[in-house]
Design a protein. Structure first.
Length: 66
């Protein structure tokens, strides 16, 4: 709720219900698939992460460690 009180933008994706998520997770695990991670940023560097996201020059996920 603190994020909402400070009007911090949050982004997410809709993956469906719990059963759909469990099926997806099992499928990815069986195939030993892992996401492609382009860059990992510290929380202090999150403005740079958002800049890189909107510049659309990355390939894969941009991760902010908290």
């Amino acid at each position: 709720m603190a994020a909402l009180a400070k009007f911090v933008p949050l982004e997410g994706i809709y993956i469906g219900g719990r059963k759909m998520f469990e099926n997806m997770h099992q499928s990815l695990s069986n195939r030993k698939m892992k996401p492609v991670v382009d860059s990992i940023y510290s929380f202090a560097d999150s403005p740079q992460a958002y800049h890189d996201k909107y510049s659309a020059v990355h390939f894969g996920k941009l991760v902010i460690e908290v």
